[in-house]
Design a protein around this ligand. Sequence first.
Ligand code: FAD
Length: 602
Amino acid sequence: MAQTNNISKRKFDVVIVGAGGSGMRASLQLAKAGLNVAVLSKVFPTRSHTVAAQGGIGASLGNMSEDNWHYHFYDTIKGSDWLGDQDAIEFMCREAPKVVYELEHFGMPFDRNADGTIYQRPFGGHTANYGEKPVQRACAAADRTGHALLHTLYQQNVRARTNFFVEWMALDLIRDADGDVVGVTALELETGDIHVLEAKIVLLATGGAGRIFQASTNAFINTGDGLGMAARAGIPLQDMEFWQFHPTGVAGAGVLLTEGCRGEGAILRNANGERFMERYAPTLKDLAPRDFVSRCMDQEIKEGRGCGPNKDYVVLDMTHLGAETILKRLPSVFEIGHNFANVDITKEPIPVVPTIHYQMGGIPTNIHGQVSVPKGDDHRSPIPGLYAVGECSCVSVHGANRLGTNSLLDLVVFGRAAGNHIVESLKNEPKAHKPLPADAADKTLARLARLESSTSGEYAQTVANDLRACMQSHAGVFRTQALMDEGVTRIAEIRERVKNVTLKDKSKVWNTARMEALEVDNLIEAAQATMVSAAARKECRGAHTVNDYERGADDAEFPLGRNDKEWLKHTLWDSASNGLSYKPVNLKPLTVDSVPPKVRTF
Ligand SMILES: Cc1cc2nc3c(=O)[nH]c(=O)nc-3n(C[C@H](O)[C@H](O)[C@H](O)COP(=O)(O)OP(=O)(O)OC[C@H]3O[C@@H](n4cnc5c(N)ncnc54)[C@H](O)[C@@H]3O)c2cc1C
């Protein structure tokens, strides 16, 4: 207790952890309303992973082909394999055009059509007329859409005088005796000092945890810190078994080639040069949703039609697009081909494999971004003082499989909605800061003290590498019940090793080893949530495909292995008990008719 008294404290109306697209969209709304907002980030804001987003942001503007939000709504539900909550999906798809025009007015440099409207390209799973044909819905700035978005939001935040705490790592949530969230503890990386940041509201926007896998398109900072903070504070994690494999990671390198390539007309081919997607998805072909395309690629490889000496990848062919289109629409992809595969994509196809890309699950929220957990009969009871948006949250609009371009959209729609909700609630019920509990920082200080005093044990990197290897082999694209069950045991063993991670270099200033050791505490929460939730779900749905439960599309009871009778429900994993509970999917939209579950064909 005495220790907490001795560390520095600062007070804000709102503390946001994370300066990616979601955190900065929320902070902008708050700063503009005159609230005192602090945004913490492990890296300079414009280096957040959002900067790497390539292909586009989805909105039914209808600039280049007939479109409306009802089609977008339908595609997102079907893409989610019916696990998405239809109220949240309706909200997102209706808001989409508005938030995209708002970005345009903030100065986001979208590509343009000849008539001056925003350029839109086709993307996987996005269709017109309820699945009839691909639609052009992805609003793009070449293949650097996330870069354009993030820089625009950063500049707007600077203008609105948001307080940035750059290279500050949040460590733990502070909850008081009522369970309300009243602040966070954080490590200032430059000095090694620990701080308490008090807030009326804390908003988590820490992005994905893609680094729990070995081969990932994600940045190294994507270690699931918000998930770890929530889990340690007793908040369950939702639907963590659903991880998206992006069909086109560069084989061997993991770097992403945007789905925008296929949007512009690129084709997947097997060792025979065949455009195999025509066989699996006669209507959408290469532009079927990601879970579907990844599985088809897998099938080709399994059946011996993979390319290369080991027949372990397929190729993405863009040669027919012409150098001019490639250099105009896909300039980064051209560079990636050159730098990571030594391939000139204007002249030859590039080797690709499905690669971990996105977490559909996360911290459960409602459509206002309030972190919401079951309490009595209420499945979504908000935790006072805590919000979450972006990839770390699960609202859930992506269900069991996200459509490309719907994440950037999710960041902006729900970042803005959470901002508005916070502004409204602080205006309607002005509240003072609740008193900080006397032991506010004790848990954090204990974590650090253990590292400081450790003289033996394993290095964070060794344990993290084993964790990643375990996730890759036991919860990858190839899932079997036996593999996942074994994974549950192995991850539990790794959790024990996490407790004994040691720190050799105890220096204070910019000690990245300390940062990595603290990140392992978050990796293990995300990894165990994933493994335990996956092993328990005995069906195939979206990205969760288990060989044991695979069936054909014509299986009357369980088409494609999906079991709606037992498994049309969200998973909730609790860290303290390592146990699971479930809550129903919301099949009721806000204003329109529900889209009832049916077989997914493309
Ligand atoms: C290569 C790639 C391409 C993609 N392309 C597209 C696309 O074209 N369209 C699309 O819709 N989606 C795309 N996605 C997905 C989408 O970009 C991400 O889901 C989204 O950008 C995540 O945004 P975010 O705001 O949730 O988090 P991020 O942008 O990941 O930001 C997280 C922030 O949290 C901070 N942070 C994390 N932990 C801490 C901590 N402990 N303390 C302080 N700060 C912390 C980080 O510093 C960072 O500022 C792509 C993803 C990748 C990886």
